[in-house]
Write a protein that binds this ligand. Structure first.
Ligand SMILES: *Cc1c(COP(=O)(O)O)cnc(C)c1O
Length: 364
């Protein structure tokens, strides 16, 4: 059955002037639109009670299972305004499929692709005025669908009552310093995921377990941490919320292979597909941290970048670890390949280049 939505308009939405002031400098994740979407699932009724309603606090029992056992998954995507005023999103069927996989791993119910995309459309239609205008750089409306165990029960088992919501947040460039290369810290003591764990599910728990490594990095003057495989601490996996790519002097575009503990980024997958257009040879394999250190020193690795929906593509500069560092491959703004992949992706998302692969879906 397809979810339908009742609509409850916000009694006092932000004024046009207030909204425009926020859209002029949204930052990332600071401001939220006037409405949100919510639907409920229970064992007997399946998904029901779809609502578009005013954005606001969620009332739940202090015994709600998510607060104790972290049974939760989420997604992250963007709505882009095109030059003709229409609003589009990028590969939502891939996000829908990933959310279903994440939900299965966390023993949560799944939502059909139709219901997932329908929930985005319901919110974006209602809050369309919050999608930044075309041509303001890299601004978009960030969409955050999430699902959690809302049942009040302290026994340990998959919840019998689950809530799904979508909130939206206008977004400027993710890294406020522009395309300044990020400094990365090799997290040698903390892993974010392990074999058989939840590393390939998009769940809050993975982020919670990445924060200590992230903090260690910040203490050492870095922006983010790189996580290695938890078994041998040898192979590069990813950052706390972004996948990694290496450009080699012989024209290869290398990224760590999906081993089960790496999140299957949709940006990652899109870049592997776009590589051929740019005469790069995409390669998914195991890459050691020593290959990174040695490759930068020998010149075999010419560029390194991180990717994900929120920050798109970010050049990676210096790598630091306990007792050493590897010089940066990236100057200000990143390398040539990094920049050309970045603009190719953005051109498709903002409707400036032809969408030959059917990656865009219209929302409003
Ligand atoms: C969401 C996420 C990514 C990036 O995925 P995209 O689909 O490209 O946004 C990478 N790593 C982790 C851990 C993530 O949660």
């Amino acid at each position: 059955m397809t979810l339908s939505y009742t609509r409850e308009q916000h009694p006092s939405p932000r004024s046009d002037a207030e909204r425009e002031a926020i859209l002029a400098d949204p930052g990332f994740g600071n401001h939220f639109t006037d409405h949100m979407v919510t639907a409920t699932w229970n064992r007997d009724g399946g998904w029901h009670d779809g609502r578009v309603h005013p954005f606001g606090p969620i009332a739940m029992s202090p015994a709600a299972a998510v607060l104790h056992y972290a049974q939760e998954v989420f997604e992250g995507m963007k709505a882009y305004r095109h030059e003709d005023g229409s609003v589009w999103t990028f590969r939502p069927e891939a996000n829908a499929a990933r959310m279903a996989r994440s939900a299965q791993r966390l023993a949560l119910p799944t939502l059909s692709e139709e219901d997932f995309v329908g929930s985005l459309r319901a919110l974006v239609e209602t809050d369309e005025a919050w999608v930044p205008a075309y041509g303001t750089g890299e601004t978009s409306l960030y969409l955050r669908p999430f699902m959690y165990a809302s049942e009040a029960f302290l026994g340990v088992r998959p919840a019998h009552e689950v809530t799904y919501s979508v909130i939206a947040s206008p977004a400027g460039a993710y890294f406020t310093g522009g395309l300044t290369p990020v400094k990365l810290w090799v997290s040698e003591h903390y892993a974010r995921a392990g074999e058989g764990g939840t590393g390939s599910a998009k769940c809050g728990g993975n982020y919670a377990s990445s924060l200590a490594g992230q903090l260690e990095g910040i203490d050492h003057g870095c922006d983010q941490a790189v996580f290695l495989d938890s078994a041998t601490h040898t192979y590069i996996e990813e950052l706390g919320g972004m996948n990694l790519f290496f450009v080699t002097s012989d024209g290869r575009l290398r990224t760590p292979a999906l081993t089960g503990s790496i999140l299957e980024g949709i940006t990652r997958d899109s870049i592997l597909t776009l590589a051929k257009d740019l005469d790069l040879q995409p390669e998914e394999d195991r890459i050691t941290i020593d290959e990174w250190k040695d490759g930068v020193a020998s010149g075999e690795i010419t560029e390194i970048f991180a990717c994900g929906t929120a920050a798109v593509i970010t050049p990676v500069g210096e790598l630091r670890w306990d007792g050493g560092s590897a010089a940066s491959t990236a100057g200000e703004g990143g390398g040539e390949v990094t920049r050309s992949i970045r603009s190719r992706l953005l051109d498709i998302q903002y409707g400036r280049a032809e969408d030959t692969r059917g990656w865009l879906t219209r929302l409003a």
